[in-house]
Design a binder for this molecule. Structure first.
Ligand code: URA
Length: 208
């Protein structure tokens, strides 16, 4: 199974690299695809590549990425345990916000990536990725609050978080995001427990 997922993701990446209709390509160095464990049940999604991500071709490797690594570590998760991705995959000029039509152009690829990975938990980082799953909510009101949704016929839990870059800019958000991350292992445990109760096969679902 894992080989298939890796192969499918590699195919998707190649397709994106060859899709000249995708916006933001002209101003970027390279495509920044998602990375991590394709068999994870915990998928993180941010906004879009910044300067360092564009240079290295990997998501969350700059200052915000270092903070993300640290936040993961604070709840005993490792980057390699989860999958980390973005809503747009080329760097917006001067790191500006992605436009709605840019998000829409990348959407079919993001959707396919999620379908391949088939996560049980999606942690959204910032308001753009949150808006994909929870439209019409305010991040200041829902951050750190897990919500069960049905997405393309799949049951999943969305955990909206502030963006790590916002935490780097404001101390109050830093405190909040540190607090909010603590819910992630709790949701993982709850889903594993739920699954144990429902599943009589004796096989235990592990989320990581
Ligand atoms: N910010 C994001 O949203 N994504 C990255 O990959 C890096 C910074």
């Amino acid at each position: 199974m894992s080989i298939n997922k890796r192969e499918e993701l590699e195919k998707l990446k190649k397709e994106m690299q060859g899709d000249n209709s995708l916006p933001l390509r002209a101003g970027a160095t390279q495509l920044v695809f998602g990375e991590g464990n394709p068999n994870t049940k915990v998928y993180f999604i941010g906004e879009g590549p910044g300067f360092n991500e564009d240079r290295l071709g990997r998501p969350f490797v700059g200052q915000a990425g270092k903070l993300l690594d640290n936040l993961l570590q604070s709840v005993n998760l490792k980057r390699e345990d989860v999958y980390i991705s973005n809503i747009v995959r080329f760097r917006p000029p001067e790191n500006r916000d992605p436009l709605p039509e840019e998000i829409e152009a990348f959407r079919p690829y993001v959707d396919r990536e999620i379908e391949i990975i088939d996560p049980k938990i999606i942690v959204t980082l910032g308001r753009f990725s949150m808006g994909k799953f929870l439209p019409n909510v305010k991040i200041s009101q829902v951050h750190g609050k897990p919500r069960k949704i049905s997405w393309h016929g799949r049951e999943m839990v969305i955990i909206p978080m502030y963006h790590p870059a916002a935490a780097l800019r404001a101390g109050a958000i830093m405190q909040q995001i540190r607090e909010d991350f603590k819910i992630i292992p709790e949701v993982i445990k709850e889903l594993e427990e739920e699954n144990k109760k429902e599943d009589n096969s004796g096989e235990q679902m592990k989320l990581l």
